[in-house]
Design a protein around this ligand. Structure first.
Ligand code: PLP
Length: 436
């Protein structure tokens, strides 16, 4: 009888997919045609579907499962915290918050020492904008095209890619203006590196000079979803200097580029540049629970000693989100995953360059650490992409999605976006798995 009861209560794989589809929104897509894959298990660099088929997770899900799946130390930390103290108001002091704060001071770029914890990257950016506006008394944020900063009102307004369009029937979001992205493969202002003298940074300076009321410049140090755009080495020091000269804050959105992904704890470390505010999420817990972080410099912290900090959430600094972060960061340190990402870079780069040499549709491969893009073009000279965002929102099939579907059938998950793939495996990946 017990077995029969269990059986009648167990949903079939088809029912699970159908109930998911029927009652949930599939995001950034038409609802018609959404046929979500049923996932039942995951371990290390693999996920398993409802039919028992194993896939190599070559994108760390959404570039977040950096530790791989089923890390026992993180799982134990969650269980222990749940038993000890599952919730406390953010106004209280908790051991886990103290412990994580101490650890963050160790691993973040030097000087970022005062924190606001959220439950997502988008909220970390919302906090950053409010803090920048309160601190400077100014309102405008200069962001860049080909960027993504989150889906809520403020962070989508600051998003330079076309996902913003659905939110702006009346024009741009409040207080945000956009400058050129840095993209040496397809320079938006038609220069060529290194002869350009980093004209894209000069353009941002031009904007600051010609606008009133600029509070901050917001960047993804290495642009993620929009194609893993790595700036030339001169860019970041130059931008830091410009921001200092005009008294404008520099906000680095390291939601995707942080936590070892690029072969440094944070991408900004590649250039030895410390932002005034750093936001992050994703890899901070290895994606075991949702956690975002807005980290600010000492001068901002000092300001709020005598100024009202007008921000907060019920679930800010939730103990259940902090305990796995402590465990995940310690696991990263124990396994030396940042060095591992850096060490595997030449190997992964070599494999992707082989692909480019073999295949005329691969226009460019670029990246850092274990964070790479494979850019597809119809023609290597014109660099015409295989698809556009307009194709996506019009429901026209995209070649990248079709290829990603074939790769999935062959047992590998990767992220496809408009006309490129993002390769971002868990940082525990092996060379044999990269070969596969
Ligand atoms: N910023 C960047 C650079 C991101 O890549 C993302 C998500 O992909 C976000 C912000 C938003 O983070 P979340 O999805 O956790 O809200």
């Amino acid at each position: 009888n017990e077995m029969m009861l269990e059986k009648s209560e167990t949903l079939t794989s088809e029912q699970i997919v159908e109930l998911t589809r029927k009652h949930n929104y599939g995001t950034w897509r038409f609802q018609k045609g959404w046929n979500p894959m049923h996932i039942v298990d995951a371990e290390g660099c693999y996920i398993v579907d409802g039919k028992g088929k194993r896939y190599l997770d070559f994108s760390a899900q959404l570039m977040c499962s950096n530790l791989g799946h089923k890390n026992q130390v993180v799982i134990d930390a969650i269980a222990k915290q749940a038993q000890q103290l599952s919730y406390a108001m953010p106004g209280y002091a908790t051991e886990v918050r103290a412990e994580l704060s101490k650890l963050l001071v160790e691993v973040l770029p030097a000087g970022l020492s005062k924190f606001f914890f959220t439950t997502s990257g988008t909220e970390a950016n919302e906090a950053a904008f409010k803090i920048a506006r309160m601190y400077t008394g100014k309102t405008k944020i200069i962001a860049r095209y080909r960027s993504y900063h989150g889906s809520t009102t403020g962070s989508i307004a600051a998003t330079g890619d076309p996902r913003r369009w659905a939110m702006e029937p009346g024009g741009k979001g409040p207080g945000v203006i956009f400058g050129p992205e840095v993209n040496c493969y397809k320079c938006p202002i038609r220069h060529t590196y290194p002869g350009c003298g980093i004209a894209c940074a000069d353009y941002l300076e031009h904007m600051i000079r010609n606008e009133s009321d600029v509070a901050a410049v917001l960047i993804e140090p290495v642009v993620g979803t929009n194609g893993v755009l790595v700036p030339p080495d001169e860019y970041m020091p130059k931008l830091r200097k410009i921001c200092d000269e005009y008294g404008v804050l520099l906000i680095a959105d390291e939601v995707m580029s942080g936590w070892g992904r690029t072969g440094e704890w944070f991408a900004m470390n590649h250039w030895g540049v410390v932002p005034d505010i750093l936001t992050t999420a994703k890899g901070i817990t290895g994606a075991y629970v949702p956690l975002g972080l807005c980290a600010t410099s000492g001068k901002i912290a000092d300001f709020f000693e005598d100024h009202y900090f007008a921000h907060g959430h019920t679930y800010e600094a939730h103990p259940m989100t902090l305990a796995p972060a402590v465990a995940a960061i310690r696991e990263m340190q124990r396994m030396d995953l940042v060095a591992r990402a850096k060490g595997l870079e030449p190997y992964l780069r070599g494999k992707l360059e082989e692909l480019k040499a073999k295949h005329p549709s691969v226009g460019d491969v670029r990246g850092k650490g274990l964070f790479w893009a494979v850019d597809l073009v119809k023609n290597r000279t014109t660099k015409e992409p295989f698809g556009t965002y307009s194709d996506k929102v019009a429901g026209r099939p995209l070649l990248v999605d079709q290829i990603a579907g074939k790769i999935l059938a062959d047992g590998v998950t990767i992220q496809a976006w408009v006309s490129h793939f993002i390769i971002a495996p868990p940082l525990i990946i092996t060379k044999v798995q990269i070969d596969f």
